[in-house]
Design a protein around this ligand. Sequence first.
Ligand code: ASP
Length: 413
Amino acid sequence: MKKKMSLANKVLIALITGIVFGLISNAFFSVSLNDFFVKWILTPVGNVFLRGIKMVVVPLVLFSLISGAASIGDIKKLGRVGGKIISYYVLTTALAVTIALIFANIVNPGLGLNMALPTEYKAAEAPFIMDVFVNMIPTNPIESLVKGEMLQIIVFAILFGVSITLIGERAKPLLNVINQANDAMIKIIGIVMLTAPYGVFALISKVIIAQGIDVLLPLLKYIFAILFVLLLQVLLVYGAALKILGKVNPLKFFKKFWTVMVVAFSTSSSNATIPVNLDTCQKRLGVPESISSFTIPLGATVNMDGTAIMQGVAAVFIAQVFGIDLSIQQQLIIILTATLASIGTAGVPGAGIVMLAMVLQQIGIPLEGIAIVLSVDRIVDMCRTVVNITGDAVGTVIVSNSEKELNLEVYNA
Ligand code: ASP
Protein backbone atom coordinates (compact mmCIF):
# COMPACT_ATOMS: atom_id res chain seq x y z
CA MET A 1 0.00 0.00 0.00
CA LYS A 2 1.25 3.46 -0.84
CA LYS A 3 1.96 5.69 2.13
CA LYS A 4 0.01 8.95 2.09
CA MET A 5 2.13 12.06 1.92
CA SER A 6 1.96 14.28 4.98
CA LEU A 7 0.39 17.70 4.72
CA ALA A 8 3.72 19.26 5.67
CA ASN A 9 5.45 17.66 2.70
CA LYS A 10 2.65 18.66 0.36
CA VAL A 11 2.97 22.25 1.52
CA LEU A 12 6.72 22.21 0.94
CA ILE A 13 6.31 20.79 -2.55
CA ALA A 14 3.66 23.44 -3.27
CA LEU A 15 6.08 26.16 -2.18
CA ILE A 16 8.86 24.94 -4.43
CA THR A 17 6.69 24.28 -7.47
CA GLY A 18 4.98 27.64 -6.93
CA ILE A 19 8.32 29.43 -7.05
CA VAL A 20 9.45 27.52 -10.15
CA PHE A 21 6.13 28.05 -11.89
CA GLY A 22 6.23 31.77 -11.08
CA LEU A 23 9.74 32.15 -12.44
CA ILE A 24 8.93 30.28 -15.65
CA SER A 25 5.70 32.20 -16.25
CA ASN A 26 7.38 35.51 -15.58
CA ALA A 27 10.24 34.74 -17.97
CA PHE A 28 8.52 32.94 -20.83
CA PHE A 29 4.78 33.47 -20.90
CA SER A 30 3.07 36.43 -22.51
CA VAL A 31 1.65 39.17 -20.33
CA SER A 32 -1.92 38.34 -21.31
CA LEU A 33 -1.48 34.66 -20.48
CA ASN A 34 -0.02 35.57 -17.09
CA ASP A 35 -2.86 38.01 -16.48
CA PHE A 36 -5.26 35.22 -17.24
CA PHE A 37 -3.56 32.85 -14.79
CA VAL A 38 -3.41 35.43 -12.06
CA LYS A 39 -6.96 36.64 -12.46
CA TRP A 40 -8.78 33.37 -13.04
CA ILE A 41 -6.77 30.83 -11.11
CA LEU A 42 -4.05 32.08 -8.77
CA THR A 43 -5.89 34.97 -7.11
CA PRO A 44 -9.11 33.05 -6.42
CA VAL A 45 -7.32 29.92 -5.20
CA GLY A 46 -4.94 31.93 -3.03
CA ASN A 47 -7.80 33.95 -1.59
CA VAL A 48 -9.85 30.89 -0.72
CA PHE A 49 -6.98 29.67 1.46
CA LEU A 50 -6.18 33.08 2.88
CA ARG A 51 -9.77 33.88 3.75
CA GLY A 52 -10.18 30.41 5.20
CA ILE A 53 -7.41 30.82 7.73
CA LYS A 54 -8.27 34.43 8.47
CA MET A 55 -11.82 33.29 9.17
CA VAL A 56 -10.69 31.39 12.27
CA VAL A 57 -8.26 33.95 13.70
CA VAL A 58 -10.64 36.11 15.75
CA PRO A 59 -12.91 33.40 17.21
CA LEU A 60 -9.95 31.11 17.82
CA VAL A 61 -7.94 33.73 19.70
CA LEU A 62 -11.01 34.70 21.73
CA PHE A 63 -12.08 31.19 22.74
CA SER A 64 -8.65 29.70 23.18
CA LEU A 65 -7.42 32.63 25.23
CA ILE A 66 -10.45 32.67 27.53
CA SER A 67 -10.11 28.94 28.03
CA GLY A 68 -6.34 29.22 28.46
CA ALA A 69 -6.55 32.06 30.98
CA ALA A 70 -9.27 30.21 32.89
CA SER A 71 -7.29 26.98 32.94
CA ILE A 72 -4.17 28.63 34.36
CA GLY A 73 -6.45 29.31 37.29
CA ASP A 74 -3.77 30.85 39.42
CA ILE A 75 -3.52 34.55 38.68
CA LYS A 76 0.01 34.79 40.04
CA LYS A 77 1.09 32.21 37.52
CA LEU A 78 -0.60 34.05 34.65
CA GLY A 79 1.33 37.13 35.71
CA ARG A 80 4.59 35.19 35.90
CA VAL A 81 4.15 33.65 32.44
CA GLY A 82 3.20 37.10 31.13
CA GLY A 83 6.29 38.69 32.63
CA LYS A 84 8.59 36.04 31.23
CA ILE A 85 7.18 36.08 27.72
CA ILE A 86 7.10 39.87 27.48
CA SER A 87 10.73 40.13 28.66
CA TYR A 88 11.72 37.48 26.15
CA TYR A 89 9.86 39.27 23.34
CA VAL A 90 11.38 42.66 24.06
CA LEU A 91 14.94 41.39 24.61
CA THR A 92 15.06 39.24 21.47
CA THR A 93 13.69 42.11 19.41
CA ALA A 94 16.28 44.56 20.75
CA LEU A 95 18.98 41.96 20.08
CA ALA A 96 17.67 41.48 16.53
CA VAL A 97 17.90 45.20 15.68
CA THR A 98 21.35 45.38 17.26
CA ILE A 99 22.63 42.54 15.09
CA ALA A 100 20.98 44.18 12.08
CA LEU A 101 22.74 47.48 12.75
CA ILE A 102 26.14 45.90 13.30
CA PHE A 103 25.82 43.94 10.09
CA ALA A 104 24.52 46.92 8.09
CA ASN A 105 27.48 48.98 9.30
CA ILE A 106 29.83 46.28 8.06
CA VAL A 107 28.37 45.72 4.58
CA ASN A 108 27.11 49.31 3.96
CA PRO A 109 24.18 48.25 1.75
CA GLY A 110 23.37 51.76 0.54
CA LEU A 111 26.86 53.06 -0.14
CA GLY A 112 27.52 54.17 -3.70
CA LEU A 113 23.88 53.90 -4.58
CA ASN A 114 22.28 56.85 -6.31
CA MET A 115 18.61 56.26 -6.60
CA ALA A 116 16.07 58.67 -7.96
CA LEU A 117 13.17 59.28 -5.65
CA PRO A 118 9.78 58.42 -7.03
CA THR A 119 8.03 61.74 -6.62
CA GLU A 120 4.47 60.56 -6.14
CA TYR A 121 5.22 58.71 -2.90
CA LYS A 122 3.76 60.06 0.31
CA ALA A 123 4.80 58.40 3.56
CA ALA A 124 2.01 57.47 5.89
CA GLU A 125 1.74 59.08 9.28
CA ALA A 126 3.24 56.91 12.02
CA PRO A 127 1.08 56.46 15.13
CA PHE A 128 2.17 57.93 18.46
CA ILE A 129 3.74 55.08 20.40
CA MET A 130 1.97 55.75 23.72
CA ASP A 131 -1.33 55.34 21.91
CA VAL A 132 -0.33 51.78 21.06
CA PHE A 133 -0.31 50.98 24.78
CA VAL A 134 -3.39 52.91 25.82
CA ASN A 135 -5.40 51.58 22.88
CA MET A 136 -4.87 48.03 24.11
CA ILE A 137 -7.89 48.54 26.33
CA PRO A 138 -11.06 48.19 24.29
CA THR A 139 -13.96 50.56 24.88
CA ASN A 140 -16.26 48.14 23.09
CA PRO A 141 -15.08 44.53 22.88
CA ILE A 142 -17.61 43.64 20.21
CA GLU A 143 -16.19 46.35 18.02
CA SER A 144 -12.68 44.97 18.66
CA LEU A 145 -13.83 41.56 17.48
CA VAL A 146 -15.50 43.00 14.40
CA LYS A 147 -12.41 45.01 13.49
CA GLY A 148 -10.00 42.23 14.44
CA GLU A 149 -8.04 44.44 16.88
CA MET A 150 -5.78 41.72 18.26
CA LEU A 151 -4.34 43.48 21.31
CA GLN A 152 -7.78 44.57 22.47
CA ILE A 153 -9.16 41.07 21.98
CA ILE A 154 -6.24 39.65 23.99
CA VAL A 155 -6.79 42.03 26.91
CA PHE A 156 -10.52 41.36 26.98
CA ALA A 157 -10.16 37.58 26.66
CA ILE A 158 -7.63 37.38 29.50
CA LEU A 159 -9.91 39.40 31.78
CA PHE A 160 -12.82 37.18 30.77
CA GLY A 161 -10.86 34.00 31.55
CA VAL A 162 -9.58 35.36 34.85
CA SER A 163 -13.10 36.37 35.84
CA ILE A 164 -14.43 32.91 35.08
CA THR A 165 -11.79 31.52 37.44
CA LEU A 166 -12.73 34.04 40.11
CA ILE A 167 -16.41 33.10 39.88
CA GLY A 168 -15.45 29.44 40.24
CA GLU A 169 -17.93 26.55 40.22
CA ARG A 170 -20.93 28.58 39.07
CA ALA A 171 -19.18 29.60 35.80
CA LYS A 172 -18.16 26.01 34.92
CA PRO A 173 -20.97 25.51 32.35
CA LEU A 174 -19.91 28.69 30.54
CA LEU A 175 -16.30 27.50 30.49
CA ASN A 176 -17.43 24.15 29.08
CA VAL A 177 -19.22 25.89 26.22
CA ILE A 178 -16.15 28.00 25.50
CA ASN A 179 -13.88 24.95 25.56
CA GLN A 180 -16.12 23.15 23.11
CA ALA A 181 -16.31 26.17 20.83
CA ASN A 182 -12.53 26.24 20.95
CA ASP A 183 -12.34 22.57 19.92
CA ALA A 184 -14.65 23.32 17.01
CA MET A 185 -12.38 26.15 15.84
CA ILE A 186 -9.42 23.79 15.90
CA LYS A 187 -11.39 21.35 13.75
CA ILE A 188 -12.11 24.13 11.27
CA ILE A 189 -8.37 24.83 10.98
CA GLY A 190 -7.82 21.18 10.16
CA ILE A 191 -10.35 21.40 7.36
CA VAL A 192 -9.05 24.70 5.98
CA MET A 193 -5.47 23.41 6.05
CA LEU A 194 -6.44 20.74 3.54
CA THR A 195 -6.45 23.55 0.97
CA ALA A 196 -3.02 24.80 2.11
CA PRO A 197 -0.95 23.18 -0.67
CA TYR A 198 -3.09 24.81 -3.39
CA GLY A 199 -3.23 28.10 -1.54
CA VAL A 200 0.52 28.24 -0.97
CA PHE A 201 1.22 27.42 -4.62
CA ALA A 202 -1.14 30.13 -5.82
CA LEU A 203 0.04 32.85 -3.42
CA ILE A 204 3.72 32.29 -4.10
CA SER A 205 3.55 32.03 -7.87
CA LYS A 206 1.35 35.12 -8.00
CA VAL A 207 3.94 37.23 -6.18
CA ILE A 208 6.74 35.96 -8.36
CA ILE A 209 4.83 36.49 -11.60
CA ALA A 210 4.07 40.05 -10.54
CA GLN A 211 7.53 40.93 -9.20
CA GLY A 212 9.87 38.96 -11.38
CA ILE A 213 13.56 39.03 -10.62
CA ASP A 214 14.27 42.32 -12.38
CA VAL A 215 12.85 44.66 -9.74
CA LEU A 216 15.04 42.98 -7.16
CA LEU A 217 18.37 43.63 -8.89
CA PRO A 218 19.10 47.25 -7.95
CA LEU A 219 18.33 46.52 -4.33
CA LEU A 220 20.01 43.15 -4.15
CA LYS A 221 22.51 44.25 -1.52
CA TYR A 222 19.73 45.59 0.70
CA ILE A 223 17.71 42.39 0.33
CA PHE A 224 20.65 40.12 1.01
CA ALA A 225 21.71 42.12 4.05
CA ILE A 226 18.24 41.62 5.53
CA LEU A 227 18.05 37.95 4.56
CA PHE A 228 21.43 37.29 6.12
CA VAL A 229 20.48 38.87 9.44
CA LEU A 230 17.12 37.08 9.41
CA LEU A 231 18.97 33.81 8.98
CA LEU A 232 21.37 34.70 11.80
CA GLN A 233 18.44 35.45 14.06
CA VAL A 234 16.79 32.11 13.35
CA LEU A 235 19.83 29.86 13.44
CA LEU A 236 21.99 31.60 16.02
CA VAL A 237 19.70 33.51 18.34
CA TYR A 238 16.72 31.13 18.30
CA GLY A 239 18.92 28.05 18.07
CA ALA A 240 20.94 29.16 21.09
CA ALA A 241 17.85 30.31 22.97
CA LEU A 242 16.18 26.93 22.54
CA LYS A 243 19.33 25.11 23.55
CA ILE A 244 20.45 27.28 26.47
CA LEU A 245 17.28 28.85 27.84
CA GLY A 246 14.83 26.18 26.71
CA LYS A 247 17.12 23.20 27.30
CA VAL A 248 15.66 21.41 24.29
CA ASN A 249 16.99 20.19 20.96
CA PRO A 250 16.65 23.05 18.40
CA LEU A 251 16.69 20.68 15.41
CA LYS A 252 13.52 18.98 16.60
CA PHE A 253 11.89 22.37 16.80
CA PHE A 254 12.70 23.37 13.24
CA LYS A 255 11.79 19.99 11.84
CA LYS A 256 8.29 20.30 13.20
CA PHE A 257 7.85 24.00 12.76
CA TRP A 258 8.56 24.61 9.11
CA THR A 259 4.98 24.09 7.90
CA VAL A 260 4.11 27.12 9.99
CA MET A 261 7.04 28.95 8.41
CA VAL A 262 5.75 28.17 4.92
CA VAL A 263 2.31 29.50 5.82
CA ALA A 264 3.89 32.70 7.17
CA PHE A 265 6.03 33.01 4.05
CA SER A 266 3.14 32.64 1.65
CA THR A 267 0.66 34.83 3.56
CA SER A 268 3.08 37.54 4.83
CA SER A 269 0.88 37.78 7.88
CA SER A 270 1.58 36.85 11.48
CA ASN A 271 -2.12 37.14 12.28
CA ALA A 272 -3.13 34.73 9.54
CA THR A 273 -0.52 32.30 10.83
CA ILE A 274 -1.89 32.22 14.43
CA PRO A 275 -4.19 29.20 13.91
CA VAL A 276 -1.48 26.96 12.41
CA ASN A 277 1.09 28.18 14.90
CA LEU A 278 -1.18 27.34 17.86
CA ASP A 279 -1.99 23.98 16.38
CA THR A 280 1.67 23.05 15.85
CA CYS A 281 2.78 24.32 19.27
CA GLN A 282 0.11 22.32 21.05
CA LYS A 283 0.00 19.13 19.03
CA ARG A 284 3.59 18.72 17.89
CA LEU A 285 5.79 20.72 20.22
CA GLY A 286 4.09 19.71 23.46
CA VAL A 287 3.26 23.21 24.67
CA PRO A 288 0.23 23.41 26.99
CA GLU A 289 -2.79 25.28 25.70
CA SER A 290 -2.90 27.45 28.80
CA ILE A 291 0.42 29.03 27.82
CA SER A 292 0.36 29.01 24.01
CA SER A 293 -3.17 30.39 23.75
CA PHE A 294 -1.79 33.50 25.40
CA THR A 295 1.77 33.77 24.09
CA ILE A 296 1.16 33.01 20.39
CA PRO A 297 -1.56 35.61 19.67
CA LEU A 298 0.31 38.13 21.82
CA GLY A 299 3.55 37.39 19.96
CA ALA A 300 1.84 37.64 16.57
CA THR A 301 0.76 41.13 17.56
CA VAL A 302 3.76 42.56 19.40
CA ASN A 303 6.82 40.37 18.82
CA MET A 304 8.29 41.07 15.39
CA ASP A 305 12.00 40.39 15.33
CA GLY A 306 12.05 40.09 11.54
CA THR A 307 10.29 43.43 11.14
CA ALA A 308 12.73 45.08 13.56
CA ILE A 309 15.63 43.67 11.54
CA MET A 310 14.19 45.12 8.33
CA GLN A 311 13.67 48.49 10.03
CA GLY A 312 17.25 48.55 11.29
CA VAL A 313 18.82 47.65 7.96
CA ALA A 314 16.44 49.94 6.06
CA ALA A 315 17.29 52.92 8.29
CA VAL A 316 21.02 52.50 7.65
CA PHE A 317 20.43 51.80 3.96
CA ILE A 318 18.26 54.86 3.39
CA ALA A 319 20.61 57.06 5.40
CA GLN A 320 23.50 55.91 3.21
CA VAL A 321 21.56 56.46 0.00
CA PHE A 322 20.98 60.06 1.11
CA GLY A 323 24.60 60.43 2.19
CA ILE A 324 23.72 60.82 5.87
CA ASP A 325 26.27 59.59 8.42
CA LEU A 326 24.65 58.03 11.45
CA SER A 327 26.29 58.67 14.80
CA ILE A 328 26.46 56.01 17.51
CA GLN A 329 23.82 57.93 19.40
CA GLN A 330 21.50 57.90 16.40
CA GLN A 331 22.02 54.18 16.03
CA LEU A 332 21.07 53.65 19.66
CA ILE A 333 17.90 55.59 18.96
CA ILE A 334 17.26 53.24 16.02
CA ILE A 335 17.51 50.25 18.37
CA LEU A 336 14.99 51.80 20.72
CA THR A 337 12.54 53.06 18.10
CA ALA A 338 12.72 49.96 15.90
CA THR A 339 11.94 47.83 18.95
CA LEU A 340 8.94 50.02 19.74
CA ALA A 341 7.93 50.35 16.10
CA SER A 342 7.93 46.58 15.64
CA ILE A 343 5.75 46.22 18.74
CA GLY A 344 3.32 48.67 17.18
CA THR A 345 3.38 46.90 13.82
CA ALA A 346 0.22 44.95 13.04
CA GLY A 347 0.61 41.34 11.93
CA VAL A 348 -0.64 42.00 8.43
CA PRO A 349 1.18 42.27 5.08
CA GLY A 350 3.16 45.44 4.60
CA ALA A 351 2.54 46.88 8.06
CA GLY A 352 6.24 47.02 8.98
CA ILE A 353 7.09 49.41 6.20
CA VAL A 354 4.51 51.90 7.47
CA MET A 355 6.06 51.82 10.93
CA LEU A 356 9.49 52.36 9.39
CA ALA A 357 8.36 55.99 9.11
CA MET A 358 8.48 56.23 12.89
CA VAL A 359 12.10 55.05 13.00
CA LEU A 360 13.25 57.37 10.21
CA GLN A 361 11.44 60.33 11.69
CA GLN A 362 13.18 59.97 15.05
CA ILE A 363 16.61 60.34 13.51
CA GLY A 364 15.72 62.83 10.81
CA ILE A 365 16.09 60.65 7.72
CA PRO A 366 13.80 61.79 4.86
CA LEU A 367 10.68 59.65 4.84
CA GLU A 368 10.73 59.67 1.04
CA GLY A 369 13.44 57.02 1.38
CA ILE A 370 10.71 54.51 2.14
CA ALA A 371 9.70 54.71 -1.49
CA ILE A 372 13.06 53.23 -2.48
CA VAL A 373 12.68 50.05 -0.46
CA LEU A 374 8.96 49.79 -1.09
CA SER A 375 9.39 48.20 -4.52
CA VAL A 376 10.98 45.08 -3.06
CA ASP A 377 9.11 45.03 0.22
CA ARG A 378 6.77 42.21 -0.72
CA ILE A 379 9.59 39.68 -0.89
CA VAL A 380 11.26 41.06 2.24
CA ASP A 381 7.90 41.00 4.01
CA MET A 382 7.45 37.30 3.28
CA CYS A 383 10.84 36.49 4.77
CA ARG A 384 10.58 38.70 7.84
CA THR A 385 7.14 37.34 8.69
CA VAL A 386 8.69 33.86 8.93
CA VAL A 387 11.11 35.18 11.55
CA ASN A 388 8.35 37.08 13.34
CA ILE A 389 6.27 34.00 14.03
CA THR A 390 9.23 31.70 14.66
CA GLY A 391 10.28 33.99 17.51
CA ASP A 392 6.83 33.62 19.09
CA ALA A 393 6.96 29.85 19.06
CA VAL A 394 10.55 29.73 20.35
CA GLY A 395 9.59 31.96 23.28
CA THR A 396 6.54 29.84 23.96
CA VAL A 397 8.60 26.64 24.12
CA ILE A 398 11.16 28.29 26.42
CA VAL A 399 8.58 29.72 28.80
CA SER A 400 6.65 26.44 28.87
CA ASN A 401 9.75 24.48 29.78
CA SER A 402 10.72 27.01 32.43
CA GLU A 403 7.27 26.46 33.95
CA LYS A 404 7.93 22.69 33.77
CA GLU A 405 4.91 22.36 31.51
CA LEU A 406 6.52 21.38 28.23
CA ASN A 407 5.58 17.84 27.31
CA LEU A 408 9.05 16.62 26.36
CA GLU A 409 7.74 13.32 25.07
CA VAL A 410 5.65 15.12 22.46
CA TYR A 411 8.44 17.62 21.73
CA ASN A 412 11.02 14.92 21.12
CA ALA A 413 8.70 12.53 19.30
N1 ASP B 1 3.90 41.21 7.59
C1 ASP B 1 4.49 41.26 8.89
C2 ASP B 1 3.78 40.31 9.82
O1 ASP B 1 2.61 40.06 9.67
C3 ASP B 1 4.50 42.62 9.48
C4 ASP B 1 5.41 43.51 8.67
O2 ASP B 1 4.98 44.05 7.68
O3 ASP B 1 6.58 43.62 9.04
O4 ASP B 1 4.38 39.78 10.72
